[in-house]
Design a protein around this ligand. Structure first.
Ligand code: 13P
Ligand code: SF4
Length: 364
């Protein structure tokens, strides 16, 4: 996943008090001015998020990066695949920086390009003349996006997955979707596709654990990846809440299992969750099935509403959490000293093919 391993940034950052770090970040940001654009995903901790010039879900941040041609440095407070997409969509004279190279996405790591290439070869062989469209969730490596771009497919995010799946099914006979089983299954269900026509490709099993007939019949074939954060939300939590607090509305991210999404009142990307909760009337009560930093921020921003996690335990994205004030200050200090650290650079040939699949998504 990483371009390089994260180096030790030293005790002058790691042992510094948080209030000092925050003061120093504010000063550095002011000094660097328009040279830097700081992007933050909604799952970032507040001490980082509060410094962002733009905040958003994966789609919005990808668009922000593409539009920021005047900023030489993009500091991406998110995870590795997001910074890669930003590098692909920005021009060659801009540098995209990820404050901690250990900030990956465990779901993205569940689909390697070798694994998907092998599965693709098996799938195309067994399904004969059927036209298969590959489709990758944006939570994937640039190599996989390139694989998809090269074969006429598209990227999607949680906010446009249903639209992109519709497009893909109009274009071909079948869709091979990776890496998130649940986003794929929820999108197929929303389009009314018969569950019998949705197959699961289990990694490392011959034909993904399917018979040739199952694969021939399937309209959508799903890779068996998942998000460990969103797997913590369950149908039991929904049932308990419905019993104890019938007035509470439940909203979840489509990376949750199908029964969770079906049991919720609403589902959507992080941006959609924010809009739904923010636009609800004062006094509303919400249980939210997504990462805890976002849920806590919503609760803080709307003291007139009752907002908390659907889960009784905090569901935190531990890799997002690696981007902290110490690492943010470290990259800004280096920029002020004329040095770019932790630049995310996607190889030229990979970037060109990956851009095809990202541009296709932006067009659809
Ligand atoms: P969004 O695109 O909804 O922000 O989701 C990204 C993500 O990684 C969710 O786990
Ligand atoms: Fe990846 Fe899940 Fe974290 Fe999103 S919340 S970045 S899918 S591990």
């Amino acid at each position: 996943m990483q371009d390089n391993e994260q180096i030790d940034i030293g005790t002058q950052y790691l042992d510094e008090e948080e209030s000092m770090l925050l003061d120093r970040i504010a000063a550095r940001k002011k000094e660097l001015g328009d040279k830097v654009l700081l992007l933050s995903h909604h799952y970032q901790q507040d001490s980082v998020f509060d410094f962002a010039d733009r905040v958003g879900d994966s789609l919005k941040l990808a668009k922000n990066a593409a539009q920021a041609q005047d900023r030489p440095y993009i500091v991406f407070c998110g995870v590795h695949f997001m910074a890669e997409s930003a590098d692909i969509l920005t021009s060659g004279n801009q540098a995209v920086i990820l404050p901690d190279l250990g900030a990956g996405c465990s779901m993205a790591d569940m689909a390697t390009s070798d694994g998907v290439s092998q599965a693709w070869a098996e799938l195309t062989e067994v399904t004969g003349s059927a036209r298969i469209i590959p489709m990758t969730y944006v939570n994937s490596s640039a190599r996989l996006k390139a694989f998809v771009g090269h074969r006429g497919g598209s990227v999607c995010t949680s906010s446009n997955a249903e639209r992109v799946l519709t497009w893909a099914l109009e274009k071909g006979d079948k869709v091979f979707f990776f890496p998130d089983e649940h986003l794929g299954r929820n999108s197929a269900h929303a389009l009314g596709i018969d569950p019998d026509e949705v197959a699961l490709w289990v990694r490392d099993e011959p034909l993904g654990g399917n018979s040739p007939e199952q694969l021939k019949k399937a309209k959508v074939i799903l890779w068996d990846g998942y998000c460990t954060v969103h797997m913590q939300f369950s149908e039991e939590q929904i049932n308990t809440l419905r019993r104890e607090e019938p007035e509470t509305k439940i909203i979840v991210h489509p990376e949750c299992r199908r029964e969770v999404v079906m049991g919720a009142d609403q589902y959507g990307s992080t941006e959609m969750i924010i809009q739904a909760v923010s636009n609800s009337p004062a006094g509303s009560s919400w249980a939210v099935g997504t990462e805890i930093n976002l849920v806590k921020r919503l609760a803080k921003q709307h003291p007139d509403k009752k907002i908390r996690s659907l889960s009784p335990v905090d569901c935190k994205c531990s890799t997002m959490y690696r981007v902290n004030p110490a690492h943010l200050l470290w990259v800004l200090d280096n920029l002020a000293a004329g040095k770019v650290v932790n630049q995310i650079t996607v190889e030229k040939e990979i970037a060109a093919l990956a851009k095809i699949s990202l541009d296709r998504m932006l067009e659809i």
